[in-house]
Design a protein around this ligand. Structure first.
Ligand code: KG4
Ligand code: ZN
Length: 350
């Protein structure tokens, strides 16, 4: 049973959060699980009042990726500014907020601690409930922002750390029915991007190159798995490495755009096929894309084409695909895998 009634930390007043609440819920949320420091204010889980994201991409370009210790330090530097900007944009004050929320995991522990402790401190300072949010559920909830989407639906969660097909039965219930047994899709994108010499962040750069390449130039393998909804990308990554080594040995200039397009066609058609099958088998004709890789041009193209066959397809606006705090606020409101314990600790993995 999910609790909908929350207690304020000092005066222990009861506050009902979520669609059952008779009052408007204005939730202030913080996200700091990886390389963006973000704060947002969202009304009733859908209406974004303010949304501020400080990206660390510039710093991580220097290192060729995210260094956890560097990321945590950058969060510390950005957090206060991001919080005050979110308040400024909204015209609201600390006491106007119904509850404070923050990502508690999964993610980089040092980074999570910065955002979570800031969220707890605000909750204590203004005597409002604190809601700890699971980052993965929040990516799915990004689809509730500025839409009228309601469950049931099938969600494809594709990010730097996860690849999952989720059956969302209600606002409260998200059941994972398939997932990667090795690399996450975003990880595969970033690794192959590095192999062909593209700079960090690899995924979006590979996507750009792929748009000018021939997707049939190279045949790459597709994993066969017992669970028809599971994924594996490590064999594909090895095949891409071997292909690149062979081409280099032949002293040819690397056909970067064709390799990118062939890789992109391989992974996006696998994601598409499996998700569509899950949707057809379960009989949910609504499919929702979530996570950073949902920004991918080919994924959006393949899934959006299903609209012509009577499917409803949702994908967050680009700015809500990658990490942001508006989705954390939405998740806190719809109470998707949340906790209200003020002594909750952060966690790195599911
Ligand atoms: O959800 P997200 O912002 O962070 C995690 O929670 O992991 O996802 C980041 C991932 C990175 O691997 C990044 O390369 C990938 O999303 N990504 C893309 C695109 N934009 C971001 N991958 C492929 N195509 C894109 N357009
Ligand atoms: Zn994420």
């Amino acid at each position: 049973m999910i609790k909908k009634e929350f207690k304020t930390p000092l005066s222990e007043k009861s506050i009902v959060i979520g669609p059952d609440s008779k009052k408007d819920n204005i939730i202030f949320a913080i996200e700091s699980s990886c390389d963006e420091t973000a704060a947002a204010i969202v009304k009733n889980g859908r209406e974004v009042i303010s949304n501020v994201v400080a990206s660390q991409i510039k710093t991580h370009i220097e290192f060729g990726g995210v260094v956890p210790e560097v990321a945590a330090r950058e969060h510390l530097e950005a957090i206060n500014l991001v919080i005050s900007q979110a308040f400024e944009q909204s015209g609201l004050k600390g006491e106007d907020i119904t509850a404070y929320a923050a990502t508690v995991g999964p993610g980089l522990v040092g980074s999570l601690l910065v955002g979570m402790n800031a969220g707890k401190a605000l909750a204590l300072a203004y005597d409002k409930p604190f809601i700890g949010v699971n980052h993965l559920n929040a990516h799915v909830c990004a689809n509730y922002l500025n839409t009228d989407l309601t469950p049931p639906f099938i969600a494809l969660l594709i990010s730097g750390g996860h690849t999952q097909i989720i059956e969302v039965k209600s606002f409260l219930e998200q059941k994972i029915i398939g997932e990667t047994i090795d690399d996450a899709i975003g990880e595969a994108y970033d690794k192959v991007a590095r192999l062909i010499g593209l700079p960090y962040p690899g995924g979006v750069n590979l996507d750009k190159k792929a748009q000018n390449g021939n997707p049939k130039a190279f045949k790459l393998p597709e994993a066969k798995l017992n669970n028809e909804y599971d994924f594996s990308f490590s064999g594909l990554k090895t095949a891409a490495l071997q292909l690149i080594q062979r081409l280099k040995k032949e002293d040819r200039e690397l056909p970067i755009e064709d390799i990118a397009a062939s890789f992109q066609e391989n992974v996006t058609s696998t994601l598409f096929k499996k998700t569509k099958k899950a949707s057809d088998n379960i009989g949910a004709k609504t499919i929702v894309l979530a996570g950073g890789v949902a920004a991918n041009s080919e994924i959006r193209k393949k899934f959006f084409a299903l609209r012509n066959e009577g499917y409803k397809i949702y994908a967050p606006e680009m700015k809500y695909c990658t990490d942001n705090a508006a989705m954390i606020a939405s998740s806190a409101y719809f109470l998707a895998n949340t906790t209200d314990k003020l002594d909750i600790e952060v966690f790195s993995r599911m």
